[in-house]
Design a binder for this molecule. Structure first.
Ligand SMILES: Nc1nc2c(ncn2[C@@H]2O[C@H](COP(=O)(O)OP(=O)(O)OP(=O)(O)O)[C@@H](O)[C@H]2O)c(=O)[nH]1
Ligand SMILES: [Mg+2]
Length: 314
């Protein structure tokens, strides 16, 4: 199965919990009234798009009613589809091109969201793009973390810099950045320990890692990607907000979109965290991560251009 097909299949539950529930609600209304807005609000809130994005979409529907684009309940869903596409586009931003320097990418997030797996997938993606990739085992906290990353390094045939368990993570970053620079590496992917914002020593460690990276390579880390597990919904977003206070985030990797009903979370990321969605993950395999493409995502969610998309995919 290609990426589009996996994404489409993965979003089936989200579609059900969001679009189809909305359809069920609005179908009953010949006339738009306050009761319908209340029902809509309830459905939206349970689909994990968040309070703010719910308010935004309800405001949009009110506008549509005023401008007569929505005349009865049946007009709501097609109108809402347009609004959702706009929100997806808001979350997309072109990836900056940093050819010519060693690009240092930090991967951060709470425990178990898919950081290390994402690094393995990114290593494959960038290698296929013809880039020289190196990994840094910056999770020195959890036992076996560096072994897990080493497996991904071997699979992708890329070098890895690691220290012993319990070593200073900033020292790993220092060595890795120096080595990457010396070897003319294009992309250095830095794994970090899963941490909660409440663990102040670990958050301080993250700050130190970022500081140290910048000593060896100008402007590093160039990207700090926050990994969010889509299955945790809005919970993930609120936990993650606090990472931005410690290290400036440049984007989000949304993982585990395969099979969750909470995929609607993607609509609220830019609004709540102020950063674009850069990558989406739809499985545990090395090919199950791609740059976020708003149009592709919308097609997968609304079952549009399916045949064409399926023909395009590898
Ligand atoms: N279904 C699915 N599983 C995923 C995806 N990404 C990661 N996983 C799985 O999620 C689990 C945790 O992944 P890790 O990469 O170890 O997560 P981590 O954030 O590095 O975890 P810690 O280092 O313990 O904080 C693994 O079983 C992965 O295979 C995805 O997109 N879809
Ligand atoms: Mg990990």
């Amino acid at each position: 199965m290609g990426f589009f097909s996996k994404l489409r299949k993965g979003l089936e539950k989200t579609k059900k919990s969001f679009i189809q529930n909305i359809e069920t609600v609005v179908r009953g209304y010949a006339k738009i009234d306050d009761e319908m807005y209340e029902d809509l609000e309830a459905v939206m809130l349970t689909s994990d798009i968040g309070v703010e994005t719910t308010d935004y979409l309800l405001g949009k529907i009110r506008e549509g009613v005023k401008s007569k684009e929505i005349r009865d309940g049946n007009d709501v869903v097609p109108y809402l589809e347009k609004c959702v596409v706009e929100l997806l586009e808001e979350n997309a931003e072109p990836m900056p091109d940093r050819t010519g320097t060693t690009e240092v990418i930090f991967i951060v997030g709470v425990n178990g969201v898919g950081k290390t797996t994402t690094i393995g997938k990114l290593a494959k993606y960038y290698t296929q793009q013809g880039k020289k990739v190196m990994l840094a085992a910056g999770d020195t906290f959890r036992a076996a973390a560096s072994e897990q990353l080493t497996i991904w390094a071997e699979r992708n045939d890329v070098p890895i810099v690691k220290h012993q368990e319990g070593a200073d993570a900033a020292a790993v970053v220092f060595d890795a950045t120096a080595s990457a620079k010396a070897r003319g590496i294009d992309v250095l992917l830095v794994d970090t320990a899963g941490r909660l914002h409440t663990k102040s020593n670990l958050m301080e460690e993250l700050r130190k890692m970022a500081r140290v990276a910048g000593r060896n390579i100008d402007g590093a880390p160039h990207e700090t990607l926050l990994v969010l597990d889509a299955t945790t919904g809005q919970n993930a977003v609120s936990q993650a907000k606090l990472f931005g206070d410690v290290v400036p985030l440049t984007g989000v990797v949304l993982t585990k979109l395969d099979g969750t009903a909470k995929g609607g979370i993607i609509l609220s990321i830019k609004r709540e965290l102020g950063v674009p969605v850069r990558w989406v993950g739809v499985g545990e395999g090395a090919d199950d991560l791609r740059p976020f493409d708003a149009a592709q995502f919308a097609d997968a969610l609304f079952d549009k251009n399916v045949t064409q998309r399926e023909q395009e995919e590898d």
